[in-house]
Design a protein around this ligand. Structure first.
Ligand SMILES: Cc1cc2nc3c(=O)[nH]c(=O)nc-3n(C[C@H](O)[C@H](O)[C@H](O)COP(=O)(O)OP(=O)(O)OC[C@H]3O[C@@H](n4cnc5c(N)ncnc54)[C@H](O)[C@@H]3O)c2cc1C
Length: 425
């Protein structure tokens, strides 16, 4: 059965597909793969744009390895294939919540943490930073549980290279409401206010509309008052019409007539107007993304953010490209996970998207050059061209990760072409 990712830019037909429902069945698949001389990997929901999840050997699907396994003191343990949206609902039902997350909830918990999925946070980092324990099957078929030490710090953002995760334990907290303030601003005003905005807000997230001076800033903070939503009509206008359905139409139009893109972007910057709301945290953190796109995202030292944005804007001014998708900016604190894009440094993220029908490798490559000049680290699940040589220079614990991989999986049972490129064969 052929596996194709969400964006439709990666696919592979594995030798065999299995849907294990227990750690024992995962271990059996790992031992069978070794006996048969095949590779083996588990996939999530295919939301990575890179080939990180692919295998031509035994592909393990996550659908039967799902559900809440137990609650601890301020923790929840879930089966590795559980989608984040299921976890959010189950936690909310018990008056609990994850402290932070990315833009969507479709991914599995294991798939999300393995590539370092993050949202925006002044003091709370990506999903892997909220993990307190991992259960995984190693290449020799053994099942281990780790909550500290080298394997824990390496395997939290492990690219599926160190083992197949079977369960993940997250730190949780009492459910909370998030107040969201959204307003248009100019590019210059945001750059002037970057430090203040980052310091004063728990979750800063903003979008710059290329070829214009317009930005949309989202500032999310824990609500002190009660719940108030923007109203069903406004929500429908924002989420369904403007952010998705109308956006699909404008992207199709832009693909045929690129000259209309700058005025459309100006219009989008105006239509997505100011609003305020307060709602259940995971509903505020996340949104619906119906329009298919391709994405590249880099984590850079936060102190370089203003310079990086200026350089990207200058690049766009000089270029012939017409880009419909806004450039998204987020921040996170340093992470202890060895291969987290935020490892050991305050990080700002710059994400570039293009409509899936109009890939633009030259745009991504030119932005990538700017990011690499600032010591940027590409998101493991999003498109990039970096290899072992570059990556080993920007991650202080890279050689420790590779040594651990050499020890735990010398035969590269969990290997694939992407890992050969980024981690070395
Ligand atoms: C619309 C959209 C929005 C996104 N928003 C964000 C965002 O806000 N922030 C962000 O940081 N990223 C974002 N991403 C990227 C996405 O979160 C990551 O690519 C994530 O890894 C996808 O999770 P998945 O469950 O689809 O896993 P997959 O893409 O299927 O797999 C990812 C990796 O995890 C491994 N894996 C999966 N399950 C296991 C397991 N049980 N054991 C070991 N390894 C395993 C796979 O082998 C692979 O290496 C977005 C992507 C899309 C398409």
């Amino acid at each position: 059965m052929t596996f194709t990712n969400w964006a439709g830019n990666q696919s592979i037909t594995p030798a065999e597909t299995r849907t294990p429902s227990s750690p024992a069945e995962v271990a059996e698949a790992v031992r069978d793969a070794r006996r048969q001389g095949l590779k083996v990997r588990m996939i999530g929901t295919g939301h990575s744009f890179t080939g990180v999840a692919l295998t031509d050997g035994i592909l393990l699907r996550p659908e039967s390895l799902t559900g809440i396994l137990s609650f601890g003191d301020g923790t929840v343990t879930v089966a590795a294939g559980t989608p984040i949206h299921v976890l959010n609902v189950e936690l909310d039902r018990r008056g609990l919540a994850l402290a932070n997350m990315g833009d969507i909830t479709a991914q599995t918990v294991a798939g999300a943490i393995q590539t370092g999925t993050h949202g925006s946070g002044r003091s709370i980092g990506g999903l892997a930073d909220q993990v307190t324990e991992l259960e995984l099957v190693l290449a020799d078929g053994s099942l281990v549980t780790v909550s500290e030490g080298d394997l824990f710090d390496a395997a939290r953002v492990g690219l599926g290279a160190l083992g197949v995760l079977t369960a993940v334990t997250f730190r949780v907290e009492p459910a909370f409401l998030l107040h969201s303030r959204r307003e248009p601003m100019t590019f210059g005003a945001i750059l002037d206010a970057l430090d203040t905005f980052t310091l004063e807000n728990e979750h800063l997230d903003f979008f710059w509309f290329p070829h214009t001076d317009r930005c949309l800033v989202k500032r999310n903070n824990r609500a002190t008052g009660g719940q108030h939503t923007p109203g069903r009509f406004r929500t429908w206008v924002d989420e369904v019409v403007v952010e998705n359905r109308l956006f699909e139409v404008t992207n199709r139009m832009g693909a045929r007539f690129p000259a209309v893109i700058p005025p459309i972007n100006r219009l989008s910057g105006l239509v997505l107007g100011a609003s305020e709301s307060a709602d259940t945290a995971y509903k505020v953190f996340t949104s619906v993304r119906d329009v298919k796109f391709l994405e590249m995202e880099y984590g850079i030292p936060r102190r370089h953010l203003a310079r990086a944005l200026r350089e990207v804007r200058d690049l766009m001014d000089r270029s012939p490209w017409r880009i419909t998708f806004p450039v998204e900016v987020r921040v996170t604190p340093p992470s202890t996970a060895w291969l987290s894009t935020a490892h050991d440094r305050d990080t700002a993220y710059i994400a570039c998207h293009v409509y899936h029908r109009t890939p633009n490798p030259a745009y991504f490559a030119a932005v990538e050059e700017i990011m690499a000049g600032l010591g940027g680290r590409p998101h493991w699940g999003k498109l990039h061209n970096q290899d072992y040589e570059y990556l080993s220079r920007v991650y202080p614990r890279f050689s420790d990760f590779v040594s651990l991989r050499n020890r735990l999986d010398p035969d590269r049972l969990f290997g694939n072409a992407y890992l050969d490129r980024v981690l070395g064969g």
